[in-house]
Design a protein around this ligand. Structure first.
Ligand code: ZN
Length: 318
């Protein structure tokens, strides 16, 4: 998918969303073709040890997720390998899983940089068009690591179709990677919006509320249910704004703006430690890191940032 085909989508502004790879579903069931791609000189491989990305130092401060075959040889044995797709120049891209115990040893190597995936995104450690494929690879490899046995009969499973499914050797069942949909919403009431914080957030940071979609729910209904459960707010209109792949471990964030029908907030204090209505001016100050009390909003990569910008700056409403 190239940038020209999605020129105005807000989703493309979120972290992990820029992914220029052509996934080439047609090649996945052709083992000989995938094997040939694996051994090309221009093939590049993203490497993850457990859940930790292994990055390569380029000249100077720059880092990259992509290793050549030769460079991966000394990193350790691959437990799984998945085909991600072809880069715009046609070069194949794969992702490889190493045992999580190798991460600490690799951290000591001067030619490598080892850190968690959130930090890679937050600190913009790699080019934007490498972050999407890294998230794709990490989500897929996580799924493989957690699905070694068949959910139907308990038998061992093996990777198939270039890493895009697992097959049970006992009963023959096929299992496919899961993506877990989550709604995240900026609940508004006229010229105010609800922002809340969890205890684990950085001090002073407030964000949108969110929750997993349950079986049998539309995303609009999930927004209404979560707004009621977490904040005691009845919500009317819900409007979709943007989405974001969120590979922790395999979510898809569906970002909405919603209009509340009542004013009084009743927080679910098991999930949230604070939350209140913020005026638009205050939201703008938080986006600009200029709030008089030092309150902040999520950073650029987060879809909550995109939602708050859409409402406070771009005038979007439910
Ligand atoms: Zn089975």
């Amino acid at each position: 998918m190239n940038d020209a085909s999605r020129p105005r989508e807000r989703s493309a502004l979120t972290g992990f969303a820029v992914n220029m790879l052509d996934r080439r579903e047609d090649l996945r069931n052709k083992p000989d073709a995938v094997n040939a791609l694996r051994h090309r000189s221009d093939t590049r491989i993203a490497v993850v040890a457990g859940e930790t990305p292994i990055l390569k130092r380029l000249d100077g401060e720059a880092l990259s997720v992509w290793f050549s075959h030769g460079e991966t040889q000394s990193l350790g044995d691959g437990l799984e390998e998945v085909f991600l797709g072809l880069a715009p120049d046609g070069a194949p891209r794969f992702a490889r899983l190493l045992d999580r115990s190798l991460a600490d040893g690799l951290r000591e190597r001067p030619e490598l940089f080892v850190t968690d995936l959130r930090s890679v995104a937050l600190k913009k450690l790699v080019p934007k068009d490498e972050l999407g494929p890294l998230g794709q690879g990490k989500a897929l490899l996580d799924w493989h690591a957690r699905h070694r046995f068949c959910a139907q009969c308990g038998g061992p499973t093996t990777s198939g179709a270039a890493g895009t499914k697992r097959e049970c050797s006992a009963c023959g069942a096929q299992h496919f990677p899961r993506t877990d949909p989550v709604v995240i919403m900026l609940v508004t009431r006229g010229e105010t919006c609800l922002l809340a914080r969890q205890a684990r957030f950085a001090p002073g940071m407030y964000s949108c509320i969110a929750g997993f979609i349950e079986p049998g729910e539309t995303f609009e209904d999930a927004v209404r249910r979560e707004s009621w459960e977490e904040a005691g707010l009845r919500v009317g209109t819900v409007r979709y704004i943007a989405s974001q792949p969120w590979p922790f471990p395999s979510s898809l964030m569906i970002g909405c703006i919603a209009e509340a029908l009542n004013d009084e907030i009743v927080l679910d204090t098991t999930e949230l430690e604070a939350g209140r209505w913020f005026k638009r001016d205050e939201a703008l100050q938080m986006l600009e890191s200029a709030h008089p009390d030092g309150l902040t909003s999520p950073q650029h990569l987060a879809i909550a940032h995109t939602l708050l910008r859409a409402w406070a700056i771009e005038g979007e409403r439910a």
